[in-house]
Design a protein around this ligand. Structure first.
Ligand SMILES: [Zn+2]
Length: 192
């Protein structure tokens, strides 16, 4: 499994608001952002970032995942890097995601089996968390792990070093209609 939950769970990070001009608009209808979002996030990307709709190439699926090796996700990444040459990749999860909330579907879907294991792991290392806080932290860890995986991809690494591509970790809070970004401070075990 390329998705490295065990590394991401040890990260220390700041949670900062995303100002609307965090990525300045080019004011031209040219894609400069690959936005990886969740299908049930209800976020309006151009309300979070003050850019033209044409500046954001949106790829949504359940759990905002590119690492799942499906044809659509792989193609979105390749298309945005090789043809559109985007300057930013935003992984945007959201709090209160249906995939993370406990429900009957947890018993049947593959993603939920992985999630259940991760929930137990987090509860074991921090058993003082209430369910809401635990689920919010899990969402943040998933986004950080996904951003990490994206940074390891050869074409992403090449774009980061060659032309300054940036990968951002966002989480949307629908209840507050606010988007935050996760900024790593350091690693608890080992340097980054
Ligand atoms: Zn979701």
């Amino acid at each position: 499994m390329p998705f490295d939950f065990n590394t991401a769970v040890r990260k220390r990070y700041a949670i900062l608001p995303v100002p609307r001009d965090f990525i300045p608009s080019s004011e031209t209808p040219t894609s400069q952002i690959l936005w990886v979002g969740c299908s049930d996030s209800f976020i309006i990307e151009t309300e979070t970032l003050d850019v033209l709709p044409e500046e954001i190439f949106v790829h949504r699926n359940l759990g905002n995942l590119l690492h799942n090796r499906d044809l659509s996700s792989e193609s979105a990444l390749d298309w945005c890097l090789d043809l559109l040459k985007v300057k930013h990749i935003v992984v945007c999860g959201h709090y209160d995601c249906a995939l993370i909330r406990e429900n009957d579907a947890n018993e049947v879907h593959g993603w939920h089996k992985l999630h259940r294991t991760n929930t137990e792991y987090l509860s074991n290392i921090n058993n003082n968390l209430n369910t809401e806080d635990r689920d919010r932290i899990l969402e943040e860890i998933y986004v950080l792990a996904e951003a990490d995986w994206i940074r390891t991809q050869p074409n992403v690494k090449k774009a980061i070093s060659g032309r300054g591509l940036q990968v951002h970790a966002f989480v949307y809070d629908k209840a507050r209609n606010q988007c935050v970004r996760l900024v790593e401070l350091d690693m608890v075990n080992g340097a980054k």
